[in-house]
Write a protein that binds this ligand. Structure first.
Ligand code: FES
Length: 136
């Protein structure tokens, strides 16, 4: 288990690039789902941001974080989404992220789900994603 480096840094204003939505203002270290929603993206989060539903899934075009919560790893493995998508509710925002949101209210016809908390849930334990630049 490793500590989240990003979470320990002081929040800085950053910009995310989101396909179809343009540039979105965010803070380093905040939950990616939260920043996307505040930026006007109607991203789904059906389970309330606890790594259960996978509806908050995104695909990174640039800046995919190497760190991954164990909860995200386990859920992506279960759903055969490892190396296909990431769960935005399990990710801290960082500079240089460019991504595509894979499920929205508009695209799915579903309601987005209950509000998510400020901190990543469940209490994160960190691992490294398969294929990460720091792996090995
Ligand atoms: S909101 Fe359900 S897995 Fe992220």
């Amino acid at each position: 288990m490793t500590e989240s480096v990003i979470a320990q840094q002081e929040a800085q204003p950053i910009t995310l690039t989101v396909e179809g939505f343009g540039e979105i203002e965010a803070k380093s270290g905040e939950r990616l789902t939260t920043a996307l929603e505040r930026g006007g993206v109607d991203i789904l989060h059906r389970c309330g941001g606890v790594a259960k539903c996978t509806t908050c899934r995104v695909e990174f075009l640039e800046g995919e974080p190497d760190e991954m919560t164990v909860a995200e790893y386990d859920k992506l493995t279960e759903k055969e989404l490892l190396n296909v998508a990431r769960l935005s509710c399990q990710i801290h925002c960082a500079e240089g992220m460019s991504l595509r949101v894979l499920q929205t209210e508009t695209s799915s016809g579903l309601e987005r789900g209950k509000a998510i908390s400020e901190e990543i849930q469940p209490e994160p334990q960190w691992t490294v994603r398969p294929g990460a630049s720091t792996e090995g």
